[in-house]
Design a protein around this ligand. Structure first.
Ligand SMILES: [Zn+2]
Length: 305
């Protein structure tokens, strides 16, 4: 039985979809993005990702230490060495600093930070557990962020190394939105968020804002990669393609495994395994005795790498 309220909700959603199609259906690539969005919906990617977001606790994120309150001091003391992201340092060196005046559609510090957190959540999604310190090292000392921003929707297959030069950050800030493209971006985002969430609680709002910021940053990067001073609809389309690619990519395969310097301990027979340089704890399912393996971080070595 459908309540009146639900019926109203469905009706509105259909309306929003129709309006969107009428306005933008003719733009090349829009249909593919809608199809891909629905695929992620049917395969429950959105639902799982939102669960990760909702249960996200103290990720001990790079460069975030100043934001922790007294209650989290214990965790900070416990994990002394968190990884600095090379990209976040470059961002700051290029004048994109925390708290600098910006709006929600500019490639500001927050957008970069949100991309880092978003990647952590994807990592957590594929590991199917909370992150430990070495996961953060393996992720943030890898070149995943450079790949995503530099080669966009090809980031998973690109061979070779990517270095983002100061130029990249300069152009990123110089890129602007045309008024029509911005409306397209906003309408696209509204369409997806009204589809994803019936209710808009604080978790939904945060999640949406975070995704929005990541997409803003990706749209800017697409324009820069295209040597365009303006963001066009094709850049927004490519930003979405990249964004969906991130969600469907097992990012644990792209991290730098040499940062897993801890040991695996069998919970049954207590045998200890030391990992080799190209091994991660999730490469092993169980001990030879059949017992479950537990990964033990050895934080003191982390800063020597
Ligand atoms: Zn064992």
């Amino acid at each position: 039985m459908v309540t009146l309220e639900e019926e109203q909700g469905h009706y509105n959603l259909k309306d929003i979809c129709n309006d969107f199609n009428k306005k933008y259906g003719h733009i090349e690539g829009v249909f593919d993005i809608l199809k891909h969005f629905m695929y992620l919906w049917e395969e429950e990617y959105w639902e799982l990702l939102f669960m990760v977001h909702k249960n996200w606790k103290n990720p001990l994120h790079v460069c975030d230490d100043h934001e922790y309150g007294v209650s989290q001091i214990n965790d900070i003391t416990r994990i002394k060495n968190f990884p600095e992201s090379l990209v976040l340092m470059q961002v700051i060196n290029n004048g994109i600093t925390p708290g600098k005046q910006s709006n929600e559609y500019s490639a500001d510090y927050n957008a970069f930070r949100n991309l880092h957190i978003f990647l952590e959540k994807i990592q957590s999604l594929y590991l199917d557990r909370d992150l430990v310190e070495d996961d953060l090292w393996a992720l943030h000392k890898s070149d995943v962020v450079e790949r995503v921003l530099g080669v966009l929707d090809q980031f998973d297959v690109f061979k070779g190394s990517i270095v983002l030069k100061d130029d990249f950050f300069y152009y990123l800030q110089a890129v602007s939105w045309g008024q029509e493209v911005k409306s397209f971006f906003i309408d696209f985002n509204n369409l997806f968020s009204s589809f994803l969430f019936e209710n808009q609680g604080p978790h939904e709002t945060n999640f949406n804002l975070e995704l929005n910021n990541v997409l803003v940053l990706l749209s800017h990067s697409c324009a820069v990669g295209d040597n365009s001073p303006q963001i066009h609809t094709e850049h927004v389309i490519k930003a979405y393609k990249t964004f969906f690619k991130i969600i469907t990519t097992d990012i644990t395969l792209l991290v730098d495994k040499k940062y897993y310097t801890g040991q695996l301990v069998c919970e049954e027979c207590r045998e200890v395994y030391s990992l080799l340089e190209d091994e991660a704890p999730y490469d092993f399912s169980q001990c030879s005795c059949g017992g479950d393996l537990k990964y033990i971080n050895i934080p003191s070595t982390s800063n020597e790498k």
